[in-house]
Design a protein around this ligand. Sequence first.
Ligand code: PMP
Length: 333
Amino acid sequence: MTYKSMPELIGNTPLIHLKQVSELTGCTILGKAEFLNPGGSVKDRTALGIIRDAEQNGTLRPGGTIVEGTAGNTGIGLTLIANALGYKTVVVMPQSQSREKIELLDLYGADLRLVMATGYSDPNHYIHTARRLAESLNETEENGAIWARQFDNTANARIHEETTGREIWEQTDGKVDGFICAVGTGGTLAGVSRALKARNKDIRIGIADPQGSALYNYYTTGELHGEGRSIAEGIGISLITDNLRLAEVDFACQPTDAEALPYIFDMLKNEGLCLGGSSAVNIAGAVSLARELGPGHTIVTILCDYGDRYKSKLYNPVFLENMGLPTPSWKIN
Ligand code: PMP
């Protein structure tokens, strides 16, 4: 089979059996290998969904500019797709994100604007900066500019409902008892939960919220409150986005970084997969959901991106020790 262009390579990722955590829990825990997307993450789907939607509703014109505030992966997906389809991208990103993602965006040709990492209420937060930039570029750019708006643009959840969620159902022949993942925009959780619940309302849907994020409290007590932060990038928020509002959630857990990270260290050493920090939180979440459901169940989670884009942090013993976090037991230097 021949593909006509890069966007056709997005999606249809395989499920992989996660051996160690399946043995640990007596469940079948499967990871959706989203790192195999051409931009290296689950966010390629979001980028494609948003671009296709903007093309269809006429806001994105040929040669137009796409502006987005992102932890990096959505910017990477948008930029690669934009290159393939003849658009330009302006990517606004907090400085706190990994050096590797910044370097990739630069390599791929995004017009990159790094801003201070601040709280959402600060007008200079990366999301507000992206909105303002899109408004002003729409006035000055010959072919106009759009703000991708991944947090509240429900084309994000829709593409996950139509692709990620449907694929999980088909790949398991409907024999899936639970699904769990962390939330950045909520697009993955909302889309997959809707696709699965529409086919079988008894499938249990969980949120694995990283330490410091406000959503665990929100789903367990109704109070949107969190303190501290996780080193996992791209997940953990303190607002209910329009995408997240669409999610159907039955279960919530909040693994600490110290609990989550050893799962990806073990995955690399024993199962040959080098995963990012959000995958660590997702796998820890899958273990919690497995314990909740009991042995014999099938649980799916998302392996969001590859760990090499966090080499300087997640797999750097000096960084980890400075953060007071466990280091891979097998890593000597
Ligand atoms: N993992 C990583 C590495 C991400 O970049 C993101 C998105 N920011 C997510 C998970 C969360 O996905 P979603 O936006 O669909 O909630």
